[in-house]
Ligand binder design. Structure first.
Ligand SMILES: [Zn+2]
Length: 178
Protein backbone atom coordinates (compact mmCIF):
# COMPACT_ATOMS: atom_id res chain seq x y z
CA UNK A 1 0.00 0.00 0.00
CA UNK A 2 1.71 3.22 -1.10
CA UNK A 3 1.52 5.98 1.48
CA UNK A 4 -0.25 9.17 0.63
CA UNK A 5 1.11 12.64 0.35
CA UNK A 6 -1.94 14.45 1.57
CA UNK A 7 -1.27 18.16 1.37
CA UNK A 8 -1.22 20.13 -1.87
CA UNK A 9 1.98 21.85 -3.00
CA UNK A 10 0.60 25.23 -2.06
CA UNK A 11 0.26 24.29 1.60
CA UNK A 12 2.62 25.73 4.16
CA UNK A 13 4.07 22.28 4.87
CA UNK A 14 4.05 18.92 3.17
CA UNK A 15 2.29 16.34 5.29
CA UNK A 16 3.08 12.70 4.71
CA UNK A 17 0.49 10.46 6.25
CA UNK A 18 2.16 7.41 7.78
CA UNK A 19 -0.80 5.25 8.68
CA UNK A 20 -1.85 1.66 9.09
CA UNK A 21 0.57 -1.17 8.40
CA UNK A 22 3.43 -0.09 6.20
CA UNK A 23 5.06 -3.10 4.60
CA UNK A 24 7.90 -3.77 2.21
CA UNK A 25 5.97 -2.31 -0.72
CA UNK A 26 5.69 1.16 0.82
CA UNK A 27 6.57 3.94 -1.61
CA UNK A 28 7.66 7.38 -0.50
CA UNK A 29 6.81 10.35 -2.70
CA UNK A 30 9.12 10.79 -5.65
CA UNK A 31 9.05 14.53 -6.11
CA UNK A 32 11.09 17.63 -5.58
CA UNK A 33 10.31 19.33 -2.30
CA UNK A 34 10.83 23.00 -1.70
CA UNK A 35 13.19 23.80 1.15
CA UNK A 36 10.92 26.56 2.37
CA UNK A 37 8.38 23.92 3.31
CA UNK A 38 8.82 21.36 6.02
CA UNK A 39 8.10 17.70 5.50
CA UNK A 40 5.84 16.51 8.29
CA UNK A 41 5.41 12.83 8.98
CA UNK A 42 2.08 12.39 10.69
CA UNK A 43 2.35 9.05 12.51
CA UNK A 44 -0.86 9.32 14.50
CA UNK A 45 -2.43 6.26 12.88
CA UNK A 46 0.75 4.32 12.21
CA UNK A 47 0.33 0.77 13.45
CA UNK A 48 3.24 -1.19 12.07
CA UNK A 49 6.32 -0.59 9.97
CA UNK A 50 8.17 -3.56 8.52
CA UNK A 51 11.93 -3.45 8.96
CA UNK A 52 12.34 -3.01 5.21
CA UNK A 53 9.87 -0.11 5.30
CA UNK A 54 11.98 1.44 8.07
CA UNK A 55 15.05 1.13 5.86
CA UNK A 56 13.20 2.64 2.92
CA UNK A 57 12.04 5.56 5.10
CA UNK A 58 15.58 6.21 6.31
CA UNK A 59 17.03 6.00 2.79
CA UNK A 60 14.33 8.30 1.46
CA UNK A 61 15.06 10.95 4.11
CA UNK A 62 18.77 10.71 3.41
CA UNK A 63 18.13 11.17 -0.31
CA UNK A 64 16.56 14.58 0.32
CA UNK A 65 18.48 17.85 0.48
CA UNK A 66 20.47 17.87 3.74
CA UNK A 67 18.91 21.25 4.57
CA UNK A 68 15.40 19.85 4.36
CA UNK A 69 13.57 20.07 7.66
CA UNK A 70 11.69 17.00 8.79
CA UNK A 71 9.05 17.08 11.50
CA UNK A 72 7.79 13.97 13.29
CA UNK A 73 4.30 14.14 14.72
CA UNK A 74 2.56 11.72 17.13
CA UNK A 75 5.16 8.99 16.85
CA UNK A 76 4.16 5.67 18.49
CA UNK A 77 6.47 4.04 21.08
CA UNK A 78 7.53 1.17 18.79
CA UNK A 79 8.79 3.63 16.20
CA UNK A 80 10.61 5.58 18.90
CA UNK A 81 12.31 2.30 19.86
CA UNK A 82 13.68 2.07 16.33
CA UNK A 83 14.86 5.70 16.41
CA UNK A 84 16.70 4.72 19.60
CA UNK A 85 18.13 1.49 18.24
CA UNK A 86 19.64 2.83 15.04
CA UNK A 87 22.18 5.60 15.47
CA UNK A 88 21.70 8.36 12.95
CA UNK A 89 18.27 7.17 11.88
CA UNK A 90 16.87 10.66 12.19
CA UNK A 91 18.43 13.41 10.10
CA UNK A 92 20.22 15.99 12.26
CA UNK A 93 17.78 18.74 11.40
CA UNK A 94 14.76 16.75 12.53
CA UNK A 95 12.17 18.19 14.87
CA UNK A 96 10.22 15.87 17.08
CA UNK A 97 6.92 17.62 17.54
CA UNK A 98 5.18 14.92 19.59
CA UNK A 99 5.30 11.25 20.48
CA UNK A 100 3.34 8.76 22.54
CA UNK A 101 4.50 7.48 25.91
CA UNK A 102 3.13 4.16 27.19
CA UNK A 103 1.73 3.55 30.67
CA UNK A 104 0.98 0.10 32.02
CA UNK A 105 -1.43 -1.02 34.72
CA UNK A 106 0.04 -3.74 36.91
CA UNK A 107 -3.37 -4.68 38.27
CA UNK A 108 -5.43 -5.21 35.12
CA UNK A 109 -2.83 -5.07 32.35
CA UNK A 110 -4.44 -2.08 30.63
CA UNK A 111 -2.17 0.05 28.48
CA UNK A 112 -2.60 3.73 27.89
CA UNK A 113 -0.70 6.09 25.60
CA UNK A 114 -0.13 9.71 26.59
CA UNK A 115 0.96 12.28 24.04
CA UNK A 116 4.14 14.18 24.86
CA UNK A 117 4.37 17.46 22.97
CA UNK A 118 7.57 19.43 22.47
CA UNK A 119 8.00 22.13 25.11
CA UNK A 120 4.90 20.97 26.98
CA UNK A 121 5.18 17.33 28.03
CA UNK A 122 8.83 16.98 27.07
CA UNK A 123 11.87 19.17 26.65
CA UNK A 124 14.89 18.48 24.50
CA UNK A 125 18.48 18.36 25.70
CA UNK A 126 19.71 21.85 26.54
CA UNK A 127 23.38 22.41 27.32
CA UNK A 128 24.28 19.87 29.99
CA UNK A 129 20.68 18.98 30.76
CA UNK A 130 19.37 15.71 29.40
CA UNK A 131 16.04 15.62 27.59
CA UNK A 132 13.18 15.35 30.04
CA UNK A 133 9.64 14.05 30.15
CA UNK A 134 7.26 16.37 31.97
CA UNK A 135 4.57 13.70 32.27
CA UNK A 136 3.71 12.14 35.65
CA UNK A 137 5.47 8.92 36.67
CA UNK A 138 2.11 7.48 37.60
CA UNK A 139 -1.48 8.03 36.40
CA UNK A 140 -4.79 6.43 37.38
CA UNK A 141 -5.93 3.45 35.37
CA UNK A 142 -9.21 4.34 33.61
CA UNK A 143 -10.30 0.69 33.84
CA UNK A 144 -9.61 -0.35 37.42
CA UNK A 145 -8.54 2.92 39.10
CA UNK A 146 -5.21 1.44 40.23
CA UNK A 147 -2.01 3.32 39.61
CA UNK A 148 -0.50 3.01 36.13
CA UNK A 149 3.22 3.39 35.85
CA UNK A 150 5.28 4.86 33.06
CA UNK A 151 6.07 1.89 30.83
CA UNK A 152 9.49 3.04 29.72
CA UNK A 153 12.78 3.94 31.31
CA UNK A 154 12.87 7.67 30.65
CA UNK A 155 16.59 8.12 29.99
CA UNK A 156 16.63 5.21 27.56
CA UNK A 157 13.38 6.14 25.82
CA UNK A 158 14.48 9.74 25.27
CA UNK A 159 17.88 8.79 23.92
CA UNK A 160 16.85 9.70 20.36
CA UNK A 161 16.29 13.29 21.51
CA UNK A 162 19.87 13.62 22.79
CA UNK A 163 21.12 12.38 19.44
CA UNK A 164 19.52 15.32 17.70
CA UNK A 165 21.67 17.61 19.82
CA UNK A 166 24.97 16.10 18.73
CA UNK A 167 27.13 18.29 16.52
CA UNK A 168 26.76 17.60 12.84
CA UNK A 169 29.74 15.40 12.11
CA UNK A 170 28.19 13.58 9.19
CA UNK A 171 29.99 13.32 5.89
CA UNK A 172 30.16 16.24 3.53
CA UNK A 173 28.75 14.38 0.57
CA UNK A 174 26.04 16.36 -1.09
CA UNK A 175 23.09 14.04 -1.11
CA UNK A 176 20.72 16.14 -3.16
CA UNK A 177 18.99 13.82 -5.56
CA UNK A 178 18.71 14.95 -9.21
ZN1 LIG B 1 -5.98 -1.18 35.61
Amino acid sequence: MPIQLISPDTAEDYIIEMSGDLGDDVEFPNKKFRLSQRIIFNCENLRHLSSFAMQKWSRWMKSQDTRQQFVFRMVPPRTIDIFNMIDGYLPDESIIESFYVPYECESCGHEELLLARRGREFVEALGHNAPKLLLPQEINCPKCKSGMKLGVWEAKFLRFLSHLQLPNNSDEINKVSE
